[in-house]
Design a protein around this ligand. Structure first.
Ligand code: 13P
Length: 249
């Protein structure tokens, strides 16, 4: 059985002091028995959040990292730096990074390989734009992104990866994909992983849906066979996140 995993992507929100207040408010309300819970603050807030979650089962993730170990990469951060800070997860290839910061399938793949090497749990994001969906290209786009991301990842490492399907048109728009639409694409993702590896690996990989997930729509999404979790933006910045995590399937 795949353990559900719900992650909050705080994006470029909350100073360290604000992040501390947010996690203090959330931590006692979140039930971590059935669901693996992760929060992904900005780099400068990671330390404060890690202090606050001590003694809880909440994990901390970063929103990005570089694929090199160190060097002249101004403004970047390495896997070792994250690990030393106490980070356990890392979001890779979020559509906002693909869109605004030239993240490509190739850099996503390099980061995925590095994250695994450094024992970080990668949450690798895939998803089509509105234009691509309207042109009926979503299956090709998403399966190609998955194939590129998992290139050179062995069958023993692949189950450690979490895939997040985030259709770009559903991010921050309040326009969630219907649970059927989300399930359909998450099913294609699992089939692609099965084609690349085998059934056992594909059944072990956890697939999240992301895009306007909130406390009201989480139950239905989580009830879908191929959806094992959620990657949450806006709703992870408020008390709502606790009710969302404590959904009743
Ligand atoms: P929203 O939940 O705000 O739509 O953001 C989704 C997202 O991009 C999470 O990574």
């Amino acid at each position: 059985m795949r353990k559900p995993i719900i992650a909050g992507n705080w994006k470029m929100n909350k100073t360290a002091a604000e992040a501390r207040t947010l996690i203090q408010m959330l931590k006692n309300k979140i039930d971590t028995d059935k669901v693996e819970v992760v929060v992904c603050p900005t780099f400068t807030s990671i330390g404060a959040v890690i202090e606050e979650i001590e003694g809880t089962k909440i994990g901390v993730g970063a929103q990005n990292m570089h694929f090199e170990n160190s060097g002249a990469f101004t403004g970047e951060i390495s896997a070792d730096m994250l690990v030393e800070a106490g980070v356990k997860y890392v979001i890779i290839g979020h559509s906002e990074r693909r869109q605004y910061f030239n993240e490509t399938d190739e850099t996503v793949n390099k980061k995925l390989v590095k994250a695994i090497e450094k024992k970080l749990v990668p949450i690798v994001c895939v998803g089509e734009s509105l234009e691509q969906r309207e042109a009926g290209q979503e299956k090709t786009i998403v399966t190609n992104q998955v194939k590129a991301a998992f290139k050179d990842v062995s069958g023993s490492d692949a189950p450690k990866v979490v895939v997040a399907y985030e259709p770009i048109w559903a991010i921050g728009t309040g326009k969630t994909a219907s649970s059927e639409q989300a399930e359909e694409v998450c099913g294609w993702i699992r089939n692609t992983i099965e084609e690349m590896y085998d059934n056992k690996v594909s059944q072990a990989v956890r697939i999240q849906y992301g895009g306007s997930v909130n406390a009201n729509n989480v139950n239905e999404l989580m009830g879908m066979e191929n959806i094992d979790g959620a990657l949450v933006g806006g709703a992870s910045l408020k008390e709502d996140f606790a009710s969302l995590v404590n959904y009743e399937a």
